[in-house]
Design a binder for this molecule. Sequence first.
Ligand SMILES: [Zn+2]
Length: 460
Amino acid sequence: MADSRHHSRRAPAPNAYDATELSKEFEQLMRTKRFNRLQENTGPRSRTRSPTPSSHMSPPRVSYPPHPSRTPPPPPTAAFHHHPPSPLPSQPPMPSCSSNPALKGLPIMPSPPQDPASLKFRNLLQVLSVTPTKYENPGLLDEALALIPLDRLYSEAEEESQIMQAQAASVGGKPEWGYQDCVIKALLRWFKRSFFQWVNNPPCSRCFMPTIGQGRTPPMPDETARGATQVELYRCSEPTCGAYERFPRYSDVWQLLQTRRGRVGEWANCFSMFCRAVGGRVRWVWNSEDHVWTEVYSEHQRRWVHVDACEEAWDQPRLYTEGWNKKISYCIAFSIDGATDVTRRYVRSPARHGAPRTRVSEEVLLWVIHEIRRMRRETISPSDRKRLIKEDEREERELRAYTVAGLAAEINGLLPSGSTNRRPEDQKVPASIQDGAMEWLNARQRGSGHSGSDRSRDGR
Ligand SMILES: [Zn+2]
């Protein structure tokens, strides 16, 4: 698995015996060896494409190679084993919203792409949809796990989870989040505060002074071999030094485990993979206005939860629109189980924060999403497929409810007070615009470097 994808990345070797090539060979050899060893150790491990809900109720990492030294503590019982029958008790039933023509969510008939623009957009989504499939590599996930201070994260998660349980018990309700959610929250804190580094201009590696951007430069063979699709060039601002600093933009998660730095693209890609490594079901969300983030499935709440590693934001889907005043046209979530248009989760008021959806007709978009789902679900069992369809339907109801609530709020003239929100997560819109947000707004830097896609452009 690791083998083939790295071979495919290999640049044509101009000189078969140069040092770079040799060290690369060695690195590859070690990787293959580790991968083989893993397979020997664990036998035909069933790394299910998408863990069933029951397997998710066990402690994280249950399907991964055993690391006795890093066995998670038993999860708090109540939060973990008792899923209330109705996870969203405050959600009103939505029997007739589709009959109201004023609302979105009218039945749309999927229609195949035919014109050049539609075909181009379909290609883009197809290319993007591959991103989360790259995480499904036992060697990669194991390497990621080895970098995580699991003991610490598990005990943080247990503590938080127990506090929530105690609070819930005192008012006779259920805890807001489950243990598994708390593991991801702990992972998020660690990733942002201790592991990954934000880079605007990389410092000079000779004298550590700030550098000045010089534009792009073609990748060198070894950078290409390690998956860099583009390289930014910087020059040291210290006149007596003047050294050049290269900043390759990697989309390869293996590489990001080494470099541990980048901008939004690298952050979202690497963090999504870490969520997978600790046993979460993960989505990599692409936004057409040049942003990417993560969604993790909460078994406790039975819904997908927004997670933005750059902002250390947990379940704040309105951050971009109501927090940053961003206008958004498309947010498409990709997972190993397919694709979903999740725009309505992030744009609660299309009138205020929706950007025109002109890339493709809604009929074609739906067709492409169905196509990606079909492709990803081809080899799974019928029962898994059924479960995913149920999930899709449940999510559709959730998204529709956001639209209805948004409309109701607008009708009542209550936006943007936030007082009409139905659910706790709706109230967590940060008031302040953080540095990262400003950076994003100003520079529009993302560059998650999807090779071949038309989104490889980048700022600075
Ligand atoms: Zn310097």
